[in-house]
Design a binder for this molecule. Structure first.
Ligand code: CP
Length: 312
């Protein structure tokens, strides 16, 4: 298949065929990461800028590792240590990075739509590493890769996504992605954390975690995003853990071969019991490993697309 996307902004703008192609490419990239020498020259001479306005461990380091495994040159720019702290705008900053011939700019921003703004004005490829509460497409792709790897398919699976749906760009991207690929998505959380109208994305809503977990093939727990909550949305952490937290007893309602996921960072003991740190059904670190493979695939595909545009 000819992949011709200059930018990866959200899951909604990818077709099922494009998602499957990215996951197939990521499977091949994972094999590279498992070699004794984890480096290939396919992006030699390309420049990747990691431009993060918000904190990150997994996304930023996995993009950096991904770029290095493909022999691209990567530089990392944090808002706090750049001229943004002197008042330079997002778009001016990005245009300066483009002027240095950045082939791909990976951006995380607290404002929904920031990557779309850059994509509309720059020739460099733009990859959304998380924008506000809107989208986190690379996380959804690594989640779909992990589920497909563990279950052999996506179609027909029941995916339960539990917790702070209102503030979760991971949830939004996963609802759209799993739906597109033929899975059933069910949500659960306190009413204060379920946005009205979320069913229109293609998910069924429960306010009782036990009903959502019933018969699930995959249970994905979400982090409580205290930094994005303007008001108190639950009474106490103890009560939240009791009513909406995942524990092994509660998981018995799911299918016997259920897998447990979490995008990280995890608040152990709040949204998920520490007994899942070492549990065989927990695939949280597999998600992290697959994050490198998915990001290698995306850098390769997007850099290839910008290269084609240059030579057209
Ligand atoms: N899952 C995720 O986006 O983690 P980071 O915030 O650490 O990148």
């Amino acid at each position: 298949m000819q992949f011709n996307k200059k930018d990866i902004l959200d899951i909604a703008s990818l077709s099922c065929e494009e998602i499957a192609f990215i996951l197939d490419t990521a499977d091949k990239m994972k094999e590279i990461s498992q070699r004794p020498v984890k480096k290939v020259p396919i992006l030699r001479g390309k420049t990747v800028v990691l431009f993060f306005y918000e904190a990150s461990t997994r996304t930023r380091s996995s993009f950096d590792i991904a770029a290095k495994r493909l022999s691209a040159d990567s530089i990392s720019l944090a808002a706090s240590s750049s001229s943004i702290s002197k008042g330079e705008s997002l778009i001016d900053t990005a245009k300066n990075l483009q002027a240095m011939n950045a082939d791909v700019i990976v951006i995380r921003h607290s404002a929904s739509g920031a990557p779309h703004l850059l994509a509309s004005q720059l020739k460099s490829g733009i990859i959304n590493a998380g924008d506000g509460t809107h989208a986190h497409p690379t996380q959804a792709l690594l989640d779909m890769m992990t589920v497909r790897e563990k279950k052999g398919r996506l179609k027909g699976l029941r995916i339960a996504i539990i917790g702070d749906i209102a503030h979760s760009r991971v949830a939004r991207s996963n609802i759209v992605g799993f739906n597109k690929m033929g899975a059933e998505v069910v949500l659960a959380g306190p009413p204060t954390m379920i946005p009205s109208g979320v069913e229109s994305l293609g998910a069924k809503v429960f306010y009782d975690i036990d009903r959502a977990v019933e018969g699930a093939d995959v249970v994905m727990m979400l982090r409580i995003q205290k930094e994005r909550q303007k008001n108190f949305l639950f009474s106490t952490e103890r009560e939240y853990a009791k009513v909406f937290g995942l524990n092994k007893q509660r998981l018995k309602r799911a299918k016997s071969d259920v897998i447990v996921m979490h995008p990280g960072p995890v608040n152990w003991g709040l949204e998920i019991s520490p007994e899942f740190m070492e549990s065989p059904g927990s695939v949280i670190l597999d998600q992290v490993e697959n994050g490198v493979a998915v990001r290698m695939a995306l850098l390769y595909l997007v850099a290839g697309c910008t290269r084609n545009a240059d030579t057209d």
